[in-house]
Each structure stands twice: as structure tokens, then as C-alpha cells.
Write a protein that binds this ligand. Structure first.
Ligand SMILES: [Mg+2]
Length: 192
């Protein structure tokens, strides 16, 4: 069975730690009267996943990027507990393809001590693998399948966090919830 040392793993944020789509759909409903079910988001690209006027989509995307706290994005169930436990052992590394890290960093500060995590915003999905390699990471929890294939090319083992938009055949390890990930971590490993 796979055993991951705490210092070997890093994390994507949206769709893995943060329930970004949950907040997106809530705001679409409350502000614009657009009803879409979570389970119906079958594409990662929101413009392909939902039938929404471009202006509305842009407004909501801005909120996600700059105002995740104000928008009320909630953590994904179990994420904070497992990550807190991990942050007692190592500094957490979050790597996001967001073009700007400020908003999501403020969001993370609500849950984690700012000295216990580091966020890198690459702006491009394709940059994640190389960066993780530089940081010596061997595992990455991700919800975008296309990124997982790139990670694999860089000898980084992707762990797919299951979401409606990644329920397609793929060769990677997948987890449905954070409890499953918790079981894969070698908690007794001495890191300090
Ligand atoms: Mg993501």
C-alpha cells in the first residue's frame, strides 16, 4: 500500500481544499437566479461546463479569484483537519494555477497559521509539475485530469481528488474524500 511521507506531498487548492464550485453555484443561484446542480459540472472549464452569459461568468470568476473569503467559499469536508495535522509536521505547500495568490492566501490564513503554509500561484496549469519537482515533491493532490498527465511525465504521482468533472477513465490513484488521503500518509515518519 502506498505510504506518503509528510514532506513529499503538496496540494492544489480549488476543488481539492476549497469548495470553489459550491460557492460559484450558490452565488449564481442567489445573485442571478441561475440553477445548476453540482453533479452537472462535468467539465473543468467553467465556460464549457455551464450555460451562462459571459458577463455573469466573468463576474463570478472575479469573485473566485479576488474575493474567495467574501464569497463564502467553504473548505471541502475533512480537508482542514487532515492538513492541520500535516502542518504540525511540515510546512504545507499549495500550488495553484490561479494567476494571483493574494485572495486565496487570505482564505487559507483563516484556517492555517501563516507560518505553516506556502502558496505558489503559477498562472498556468502546465507550470505546476516543474515547480513541484524543484520543491522535491513526489505526490500532488489535483482535481484537473489534464494536469495529472503532465505530473506523471515529471515522475510526480498525481492523486486525483474525485469531482464530477474528473469522472472519466484515467490510470491514477483517486480519492473520494480526505479521510482516504489521511490513511495514505506515514504519520510516524520523522521529518524534523
Ligand atoms: Mg483544482
Amino acid at each position: 500500500m502506498l505510504k506518503i511521507k509528510p514532506e513529499e506531498i503538496a496540494f492544489d487548492i480549488d476543488g481539492v481544499v476549497a469548495d470553489t464550485i459550491g460557492a460559484f453555484l450558490r452565488e449564481a443561484r442567489e445573485k442571478y437566479g441561475i440553477f445548476i446542480k453540482y453533479e452537472d459540472i462535468k467539465e473543468y472549464e467553467l465556460s464549457k461546463a455551464v450555460n451562462m452569459k459571459e458577463e455573469i461568468l466573468i463576474e463570478l470568476a472575479k469573485r473566485i479569484l479576488y474575493e474567495p473569503l467574501e464569497m463564502g467559499i467553504r473548505p471541502i469536508k475533512g480537508a482542514i483537519e487532515v492538513l492541520k495535522r500535516l502542518s504540525d509536521k511540515v510546512e504545507l505547500l499549495f500550488v495553484t494555477a490561479r494567476p494571483d495568490k493574494e485572495g486565496i492566501e487570505r482564505w487559507l490564513k483563516r484556517y492555517f497559521d501563516k507560518t505553516r503554509f506556502h502558496v505558489i500561484a503559477t498562472g498556468r496549469h502546465e507550470e505546476k509539475a516543474n515547480l513541484l519537482k524543484e520543491y522535491g515533491k513526489r505526490y500532488f493532490v489535483e482535481d484537473r485530469l489534464e494536469t495529472c498527465y503532465i505530473l506523471k511525465d515529471f515522475q510526480i504521482t498525481p492523486i486525483v481528488f474525485e469531482q464530477p468533472w474528473n469522472r472519466k477513465p484515467h490510470p491514477f490513484i483517486k480519492i473520494k474524500e480526505w479521510k482516504e488521503l489521511e490513511k495514505l500518509i506515514e504519520w510516524n515518519h520523522l521529518t524534523r
